[in-house]
Design a protein around this ligand. Sequence first.
Ligand code: SF4
Length: 376
Amino acid sequence: MEQPVKKPEPHARDPHPRDRGGPAQPMLIARDVRKYFPIHAGLLNRQVAEVRAVDGVSFSVMKGETLGVVGESGCGKSTLARLLMHLMDRDGGEIILDGQAVNAYQGMPLSELRRSMQMVFQDSYSSLNPRFTVEDSVAYGAARQAGVSRKKAREIARDLLEKVGLRARLFGGRYPHELSGGQKQRVNIARALALDPRMLILDEAVSALDKSVEAQVLNLLNELKAQLDLTYVFISHDLHVVHYISDRVLVMYLGQVVEIGPVDRIYADPRHPYTRALLECQLSMDPDDRVDQAPLAGDPPNPVNPPSGCRFHPRCPYAEDLCAAKQPALGDTLRAGRDDHLTACFMAQPGSGHSRAPGPADLLKRAAAHPAPMEA
Ligand code: SF4
């Protein structure tokens, strides 16, 4: 007699059933993403202005890659993370996950997005329900969203706790207040992995940890990425951490991308004055290596009324008339390859009209320092 075919449980299926385009297909594409927060005032509560928190951001993240996102506080990093996760509606632009547009009304449904993409927040304590044990917290997502049985969800939770370096028998029954900061963040990572996602958005995920615990969690993230074939967007204000974990880095200023490229190239040869200033602000491990002058003067301008032309021009020591009149283009981040280094500054663009724009000799030097990869 023919045996009925047993339907596999969601967690037992191929972990990447939707890997339609293979490794050449970017895992995530953000195209001209915008978010403006309205400001209301007056008796009639009319909209009088808007804060341009994210203003025309485009980039892609390849499968298996870690894209670091850096910038001062208020530059739009965390708003961008929430837009990618659809925790808030965007005002424009497109988000495409593995070739499929994500939209509440058409394209990939949000439930599918949440299974494929998860987020880890900075505040490890308030991310956990204080009434749930560690095992319940991790099992909850798998039971509710992946639709597995309670027994299976508990098995998944115990397995994930071991994966993130917490012995399930010892920690499974504990409550969040019984854990250290590092242990809580490990639970949050396990919880994010409970739905078997393909991508994690890590928003300042190690910023609240002390340095030794931070290093352990970073190593854990690297191990999990290799083991589970994950892709990361890693948001942080700590440039040492971003350098350590990222393959490429994206620099944001006042809601826009000002520089993007391979992390080693950007750290060795930053071309945007803002990136240079950020890197000069990094604390040195050498106590004799002192910085006497602040590398960046003034506060970021008001995003309600951003400066004309290049938004960095009121703080830029190299600003010329051209910079206030015209906005420098970044280039097509979606067509650029993994090795391309793009900068939204007239000083980096030959023939821009800026007195410091690179000439033929500079371009030759640049090409010699970073030869183009050979075609296969
Ligand atoms: Fe400075 Fe002009 Fe470059 Fe903007 S475009 S960063 S103002 S030099």
